[in-house]
Design a protein around this ligand. Structure first.
Ligand code: UD1
Length: 362
């Protein structure tokens, strides 16, 4: 029996690990799986709630690294994960996405000489100011198996000299989770609780360091959001980082603020929104599948397929550009998704685990 350890740490990891552990359960006669939670996200609303909703296996351990900045998070997680790997000796470590815990997992694997698989490999924003971009690049170069969600990722990895033999196009595991739990989200009462009617509000998420850690930038974005709210209600589940930034910079949001939402409630809010305003990576992909217009409040995206075939447009942070984009949505001039996206079909986890199990059995 081969042992696989999945490393999870922050909110966007849990949707991906959920799909992979569901798929791994099909191979329970061949592989034994476990989850290690680094504890990067520790609030119930950013972590525990997802284990409950997805009915995921409980983590074998929570390393409790907590917050404290990038260097501290990566350093603590690397030390504790390495110690865990030395005792556990898994046959493979699986890391997902681009958070600090992802990189720490890949570093621990490399330092303990344990093969690493990276799921959602090869995405590039080419913006080195984003901690996530550095995490993506370093994780990919430390990994032995790279599972990609879109064509651009293959080109990026090849351009960086990564051998084609390590790269597998298996699709998007986050979309597996969306399709798996989609009908449950329809039962959520989040719209009623917040007095919202479908297609009559905009959903906003904002948490990227480059958007919220700079007071001028956050002020500009907030001005734009407060103006848009006069035409259509904006609802915003607030990330703790943004909540703190609003206080620190003494800025006021006139739109509706909620705490972090559970997955099913957030899916319901997203699916029923007239449009989404976001700086998140995953939401650009989810909005594309829901066929909901997505205005990305960043200067670039590492997920170009969402712009080429999906409902996403990278609009930036300039208020006039944001108003122009919102105007087009409200006039019904926004694009729809162009057909299906390869590999975003609900079976990416199975394809990924199939390859992993085959390679581990050799
Ligand atoms: C991290 C990821 C980002 C991901 C995001 C989703 C990195 C580099 N970034 O950013 O890619 O999109 O998660 O949420 O890993 N905090 C709480 N409660 C928690 C967790 C965090 O209050 O449960 C606070 C921290 O104290 C800190 C802030 O939120 O002040 C930021 O947390 P951190 O883990 O540094 O990264 P995120 O901004 O959440």
């Amino acid at each position: 029996m081969k042992k696989i350890l999945f490393i999870a740490g922050a909110r966007p990891n849990f949707m991906k690990i959920s799909a992979l552990t569901r798929a791994a359960s099909l191979y329970r006669d061949k592989v034994q799986i476990g989850i290690i939670h680094t504890g990067q996200h520790y609030d119930d609303g950013l972590s525990e709630v997802f284990f409950r909703e997805f009915k995921m296996p409980r983590p074998l351990a929570n390393l409790g690294i907590g917050s404290g900045g990038r260097k501290e998070q990566i350093g603590k997680a690397l030390k504790l994960l390495s110690a865990y790997m030395r005792t556990m000796r898994p046959d493979l470590i699986v890391v997902v996405g681009d958070v600090n815990s992802t990189l720490a997992g890949a570093l621990a694997g490399a330092s303990e000489n344990i093969p690493v698989a990276h799921v959602e490999a090869g995405l590039r924003s080419f913006n080195w100011k984003m901690p996530e971009e550095a995490n993506r690049v370093m994780t990919d170069h430390l990994s032995d198996l790279l599972f990609v969600t879109e064509e651009s990722a293959i080109n990026n990895l090849k351009a960086e000299g990564i051998s084609e033999e390590k790269i597998f196009f298996t699709g998007n595991v986050m979309i597996d989770t969306l399709l798996h739990f989609g009908s449950l989200a329809d039962k959520s009462d989040v719209l009623i609780k917040n007095s919202l009617t479908p297609k009559n509000y905009a959903l906003l998420t904002l948490h990227r360091t480059e958007n919220v850690s700079d007071g001028k930038c956050l002020e500009e974005l907030l001005f734009a959001m407060n103006e848009i709210h006069k035409s259509i209600p904006i609802i915003c589940p607030l990330h703790p980082r943004t909540e703190k930034a609003l206080k620190d910079f003494n800025l006021t949001a006139n739109f509706n603020i909620l705490g972090p939402q559970s997955y099913l409630d957030f899916m319901s809010l997203q699916k029923n929104a007239e449009f989404v305003l976001t700086d998140s990576g995953g939401i650009q992909e989810e909005a594309t599948i829901f066929n909901v217009p997505c205005i990305t409040l960043r200067e670039e995206t590492e997920r170009p397929i969402t712009c080429e075939l999906g409902t996403n447009e990278v609009v930036g942070r300039d208020r006039e550009k944001i108003f122009e984009a919102v105007g087009r949505v409200l006039n019904g001039e926004w694009k729809k998704r162009e057909g299906e996206i390869r590999g975003w079909d609900g079976n990416a986890g199975e394809r990924t685990m199939n390859i992993i199990v085959k390679l581990l059995s050799c």
